[in-house]
Unconditional design. Structure first.
Length: 411
């Protein structure tokens, strides 16, 4: 990249999911540090992830460790804006277009565009962005209809970010675009549809970058563009809870809901956390480990790796599960209970896998003010982004595990 610095293989977090990754991007901390260890918390009595509709927005207060970069920036007198960025509800961000779960349902037919305007701060911004939303038109493309609501959300977010930048010139802006990830899951990693959506994302980034020029602040601005994780191709789903039920380690009621459990898998798509009850029962942990290790030893195993608690702690994952299992190539891991042990995968790609896997690596681009041109970063992690932003501002974050990517900064 001639005008900036680039890493093709930035290290994500474990499990490599949306919320843990985004929390690590803004705090410079690992999931166990900031406490966002999954997209949805584990509901211990139910033996499953808390359902997404229990929360309209994920709140900033859910981040228990580390200081998000928006707080560091605000503390140092910088105005902050956020558009569609997770975990910003209640963050005290000056210009905040929050990201809510009901904004973007799985089915396009359930989408209500007006929900994109929910919870905007300040309220005076809502009227301006309502006008923006009314002008957003998704190009007619039958091939992409299944994810057209995600495309509309991204078109709106790019337009909203551009308006805020041109009119208010915040010192720090966070923007999250989602349609590319949805395309990978729905159409597959190398499909024509997915590349078409990637080209759309490129145009939206160019639109946001263009707003800097219109605002007259392009020369003094740094752009950092990052994916949060990669994806694994999947064709077959491994359903470990079916296996645990067959071994008598979990039971269901007449509706197929878990009624009791001694061991249960919390699925992350490309991996799963295996919980035992009670959590410190070493004999039970050994029994459950053997069940999965027997599967792991098979030639056509659906399990790529078994990650013990010690290694999980080193990775910064939730230390409570007895161990984790990572899906083998071509497989995903589901939380299904009333099904065969193996079923066809419901998506064409999943995230959640180990950050050491090449497929899970992220792309990180830094460009603009203070950044070396034509430089390749040999080693970068998501947790390095926030401390690097702070250094570019000439401020310091309070506590971070990440490092400043000083080799990419003009000294």
């Amino acid at each position: 990249m001639e005008k900036g610095s680039l890493s093709y293989s930035a290290e994500t977090v474990y499990p490599s999911l949306t919320l843990p990754a985004h929390a690590s991007i803004v705090t410079g901390m690992l999931p166990a540090d900031h406490s966002i260890t999954a997209d949805f918390s584990f509901d211990d009595p139910a033996g499953k992830s808390a359902h997404q509709n229990q929360k309209k927005f994920h709140k900033a207060s859910e981040i228990k460790g580390g200081e998000p970069i928006w707080e560091t920036a605000s503390r140092n007198g910088l105005a902050v804006a956020s558009v569609g960025f997770p975990l910003t509800a209640g963050a005290g961000i000056k210009f905040n277009v929050k990201a809510g779960f009901s904004d973007l349902p799985d089915k396009e037919s359930d989408f209500k565009p007006e929900t994109l305007l929910d919870g905007i701060e300040p309220e005076s911004l809502t009227l301006q962005l309502s006008s923006v939303l009314s002008k957003v038109v998704v190009p007619d493309n039958k091939r992409l209809k299944a994810i057209s609501h995600f495309l509309k959300a991204d078109l709106f977010r790019a337009a909203a970010a551009s308006l805020i930048m041109e009119n208010y010139k915040p010192g720090l802006m966070l923007v999250n675009l989602v349609s590319f990830a949805e395309a990978e899951e729905h159409f597959g990693l190398s499909s024509g549809e997915t590349f078409e959506v990637l080209e759309s994302i490129d145009r939206l980034i160019a639109q946001i970058a263009g707003s800097l020029e219109k605002a007259g602040i392009q020369s003094g601005t740094t752009l950092i563009i990052s994916s949060d994780r990669g994806y694994l191709k999947t064709e077959q789903s491994f359903n470990p809870n079916v296996l645990l039920a067959k071994k008598g380690l979990l039971s269901t009621d007449g509706e197929g809901k878990i009624s009791s459990w001694r061991a249960v898998a919390q699925s992350f798509g490309g991996s799963a956390a295996i919980f035992i009850n009670p959590s410190q029962d070493e004999q039970l942990a050994g029994q459950v480990f053997k069940i999965f290790n027997d599967y792991y030893q098979k030639a056509d195993s659906p399990i790529w790796r078994i990650i013990n608690r010690r290694e999980a702690v080193r990775l910064g994952a939730d230390p409570i599960p007895a161990f984790y299992i990572d899906a083998a190539p071509g497989h995903s891991i589901s939380a299904r209970i009333l099904s065969p042990v193996f079923t066809a995968s419901s998506t064409r790609a999943v995230s959640g896998g180990l950050p050491s896997r090449s497929e899970m690596r992220a792309v990180l681009i830094l460009s603009g003010s203070g950044i070396k041109p034509g430089f390749t970063l040999e080693y970068a992690r998501l947790i390095d982004i926030a401390p690097t932003i702070a250094r570019l501002f000439g401020i310091e974050m309070r506590t971070v595990r990440g490092r400043v990517l000083s080799e990419a900064i003009v000294q």
